[in-house]
Design a protein around this ligand. Structure first.
Ligand SMILES: NC(=O)c1ccc[n+]([C@@H]2O[C@H](COP(=O)([O-])OP(=O)(O)OC[C@H]3O[C@@H](n4cnc5c(N)ncnc54)[C@H](OP(=O)(O)O)[C@@H]3O)[C@@H](O)[C@H]2O)c1
Length: 252
């Protein structure tokens, strides 16, 4: 079933962004796939969207370069016009970066990269795109289960996502009068390239995490993609300002 709804997913050239793009398309949304230079990865996502019976287009976006957002917004408007649309229904702020290490090893560059991408980039992208998110629009910010439980050597990353959750709640209040919902979705450990692919490739880590998770394993990207698409669906239109954790019950 095709609807007129349109979703934009940042960092959709791989990992959870790709699985979200495919899941949204499978539910009938047209999808805008952003990447910051991985055209091959973005192309693969488009192929998977088409295989799921959907429609996708690709845009380039580097979240760490806020000065590029006006040009990105113009390119997005043009793309929407070519689709005969003028608005965006769902913005999935998925792109993010994790740099992990104990307190003494964190450099100011690491700190600025993580905060600059996950917090600054996400905040100013929402600011840039709110004019396109008309009545009924929805912002989904991807956070992490690490804002609820703790793990050594993750301080800066966890703090950046805690900031994303705080932004989400406050912006839900601020944008609610415009009919825009804002929620955060917090995945637990999931098997992607993230953190050097450790949750996918490091058998010891997978075993340890599985033992700390109610459902007894780490998550698969499709399980996060499906959750994002479900949260984006009309059936959950009355949900805003919430943090939804999708972790199989990690570290309860
Ligand atoms: N996997 C997990 O266990 C897990 C758990 C909780 C939360 N998360 C969150 O889920 C989101 C997706 O993670 P993932 O598992 O799919 O990790 P991933 O495979 O490492 O993908 C990260 C994505 O973010 C993009 N990105 C990073 N910095 C960017 C920037 N400056 N501008 C634009 N795009 C940028 C990457 O682009 P490039 O390909 O160009 O690098 C890539 O598309 C992240 O926000 C992450 O923090 C992941």
């Amino acid at each position: 079933m095709t609807t007129d709804r349109i979703a934009l997913v940042t960092g959709a050239n791989r990992g959870l962004g790709r699985s979200a793009a495919v899941a949204l398309a499978a539910r009938g949304m047209r999808v805008l796939v952003t990447h910051r230079g991985d055209t091959a990865g973005a192309g693969k996502t488009v192929e998977q969207v088409r295989a799921a019976g959907g429609t996708a287009a690709v845009l380039r976006l580097d979240l760490s370069d806020v000065s590029s957002f006006p040009a990105f917004t113009s390119a997005l408007r043009e793309r929407l016009e070519r689709w005969g649309a003028s608005r965006l229904d769902v913005l999935v702020n998925n792109a993010g970066v994790g740099i992990f290490g104990p307190l003494e090893d964190v450099t100011t560059e690491d700190f600025d990269t993580v905060m600059g991408t996950n917090v600054r980039g996400t905040f100013f992208l929402v600011q840039a795109l709110v004019p396109l998110l008309a009545q009924g629009g929805h912002v989904i910010n991807v956070s992490t289960s690490l804002t609820r439980h703790t793990s050594p050597a993750t301080s800066v990353y966890s703090a950046s996502k805690a900031a994303v959750e705080a932004l989400s709640r406050t912006l839900a209040a601020e944008l609610g009068p415009h009919g825009i919902r804002v929620n955060s979705l917090a995945p637990g450990p999931t098997a992607t390239d993230f953190n050097g692919g450790a949750m996918r490739d490091d058998a010891g880590m997978r075993r340890a995490l599985a033992g700390q998770t109610a459902l007894g394993r780490v998550g698969e990207p499709e399980e996060i993609g499906d959750a994002i698409a479900t949260l984006a669906s009309e059936g959950l239109r009355w949900v805003t300002a919430q943090r939804i954790e999708v972790s199989g019950g990690a570290l309860l």
